[in-house]
Write a protein that binds this ligand. Structure first.
Ligand code: FAD
Length: 568
């Protein structure tokens, strides 16, 4: 039940709360679904949205929080992938460029263009002529969906534009455009869109076994990670969209023996723009091995990434190691010689595992970013590979396959056979005119609701047309318009909003993903986490022991990304 009466009147308001979660789990226990999606990352969210929009009775379970796997740990580029042109992957780049434009239209507040610079140095891996050809091709492949055409910039102009860049050996640079999006927010908006279309969704529900009837897959047994209760979830078809865990899930549920995945590890560092004052996204090649790296300004911060090394181990215990950090510091200190970056400048680190298709004998960074869908056994589908950027298209192809099976084996035809996910705005993205909305609300939030202008901008870019519901929550919350952390624009009203409208269930959910206090606050929020736990615990009924557990869990998340330092 995602639509309930709002407290103030007869308009139905969207609710996606802990109570919605319990209601959805009760339904899962009793009903049979057409489509069950395992995994609430961007891929699973996209499948649930598409399937529910076509009229299939859809459920989704996620073992942790939405997006807590790879989909909140990416480099956040919504891009064609200029570098894949070198590998002649034209079809994939074209598809990603088309999707880039679609996502800009579906959520213009969240997916926005960034200006990128690719400097060319004497002896550079990318020669000027190759960059010229590549950029032209990038524009052609985006044809009709370009953000802006590339241009070449002289060394002189570049050093004026970006004085921090290395000057020595600089010949020229290509200036071009791609897009950027807060990946977790994209997952959340997609999940909420699915819920709005009737999908029955719960986080903290882990698939642990398969249900078979008459020798056929008929659903999965799930365990509620918050209560320990087991719930059989029956469904005609199952879509395994568990990203880096998809081989593990097939092994655990189906006893599969084959390897379909190759996991590679990607780590990022976050520093302040006070330390590294750059205006454009900087694209380059690592000093050590020539693989692509970048520095992307994000509000008052810069994101530095990324590594790409094979990963073997427990995907649930992802951590950042000394060698990951040294690899990035070495390159960025070479390309930004005036900064002299050290551990002391790193506010936080984060990273994830790329769920790539297994291809024997290829270097990690050369493995294709294509995706594959396969059905094995009947009624159990898996999707592997892909990118954040192409998730909508991946979901469309998966739901096409599911729809064929549902029609063929169950005589069940979609109410709306046509996929319309490229036309219907994402949750919070339904603007008449985004620029007008932006102007109106950045001013109204300040003048009528006494919010700071930095908070107003953050609201528009994060919640879009959901702002009125958020304003309602701010009024209901004690000190609702006050900052949670002095350095960042988040306010206490967002805690109430994200619990009630975004199913935030744990301290990590709020501090790591709903806000980025974990990544962006100096000290990673260890000066405010107790008060957040107090307030969240009051709403969610945590005992003293549960509150301690939540705090320990948060400290453990910090430790995994900080233990590379000599002193934590
Ligand atoms: P995930 O997000 O990992 O979701 C899978 C989910 O399944 C998880 O939330 C997990 O908890 C859940 N799950 C696992 N087991 C179970 C179970 N038994 N029961 C229930 N749930 C379960 N792409 C881009 O387009 N642009 C980029 O800039 C970019 N940068 C990247 C940088 C890095 C470092 C990495 C690692 C990837 C990057 N990508 C990028 C790729 C992109 O992030 C991934 O392709 C995408 O996020 C994968 O999404 P997913 O939903 O398949 O997997």
């Amino acid at each position: 039940m995602n639509r309930e009466k709002s407290s103030g009147g007869s308009e139905p308001a969207f609710v996606f709360s802990p109570e919605t979660r319990q209601h959805n789990i009760d339904r899962m226990n009793k009903e049979t679904f057409d489509v069950l999606v395992i995994g609430g990352g961007i891929t699973g969210a996209g499948i649930a949205r598409d399937a529910s929009m076509r009229g299939f009775k859809t459920a989704l379970i996620e073992k942790g929080d939405f997006g807590a796997g790879t989909s909140s740990r990416s480099s956040k580029l919504v891009h064609g992938g200029f570098r894949y042109l070198k590998q002649l992957q034209f079809r994939m780049v074209r598809e990603a460029l088309v999707e880039r434009k679609i996502l800009m239209d579906l959520a213009p507040h969240m997916v926005y263009p960034i200006e990128c610079l690719l400097p060319i140095y004497r002896g550079s891996i990318a020669k000027a002529s190759q960059v010229h050809i590549g950029m032209r091709l990038y524009d052609i492949l985006a044809s009709g969906r370009n953000i802006g055409r590339y241009r070449m910039v002289s060394a002189e102009e570049l050093t004026k534009m970006e004085p921090q860049y290395r000057h020595e050996g600089l010949r020229k640079a290509a200036e071009y455009y791609d897009c950027w999006a807060d990946d977790f927010r994209l997952v959340m908006a997609t999940i909420q869109s699915a819920a709005q279309n009737g999908a029955n969704i719960a986080n903290y529900m882990k698939a642990i076994d398969i249900i078979e009837e008459k020798g056929r897959v008929a659903g999965v047994l799930a365990v509620d990670q918050l209560t320990g209760g087991e719930v059989p979830v029956r469904s005609r078809v199952v879509a395994n969209a568990t990203g880096p865990w998809s081989d593990d899930v097939r092994r655990q549920l189906l006893d599969a023996k084959d390897q379909k995945l190759r996991l590679t590890k990607g780590v990022h560092l976050i520093v302040s723009t006070e330390v590294l004052p750059i205006q454009h996204a900087f694209m380059q090649f690592a000093v050590k091995d020539g693989r692509p790296i970048f520095a992307i300004p994000w509000r008052n911060f810069v994101l530095l990434g990324t590594t790409d090394t094979d990963f073997v181990g427990d995907a649930d215990r992802f951590d950042v190691e000394r060698s990951d950090v040294d690899y990035l510091l070495e390159s960025f200190n070479y390309y930004f010689p005036r900064t002299n970056l050290t551990d002391s400048h790193i506010i936080s680190t984060f990273g994830g595992l790329r769920p790539l298709i297994f291809e024997d004998g290829k270097a990690a960074s050369k493995v294709s970013r294509e995706y594959q869908i396969f059905e094995k056994p009947e009624n159990f589908f898996s999707i592997i590979g892909g990118k954040l950027t192409t998730y909508r298209k991946m979901a469309q192809k998966m739901v096409d396959r599911l729809a064929r099976r549902l029609a063929g084996s169950f005589g069940l035809n979609a109410r709306d056979a046509q996929c319309i996910t490229d036309r219907v705005p994402l949750f919070g993205g339904d603007f008449q005119n985004y620029e007008e909305f932006r102007r109106e609300w950045t001013s109204r939030l300040v003048s009528e609701h006494s919010l700071e202008s930095e908070t107003a901008t953050h609201f528009v870019e994060t919640y879009g047309t959901r702002i009125p519901a958020l304003v309602g929550m701010i009024k209901e919350t004690p000190d609702g318009a006050d900052r949670i952390h002095p350095d960042l624009p988040y306010v206490w009203g967002e805690l109430t909003y994200t619990v009630n409208h975004e199913m935030a269930m744990t301290l990590d959910d709020f501090l790591v993903r709903r806000t980025h206090i974990f990544s962006l606050a100096k000290g990673q929020g260890l000066d405010v986490h107790e008060e957040v736990a107090d307030r969240m615990g009051e709403r969610l009924g945590w005992s003293a022991d549960e509150k301690t557990h939540q705090i320990d869990q948060y400290k453990s998340s910090i430790w995994l990304t900080r233990h590379f330092r000599d002193s934590i």
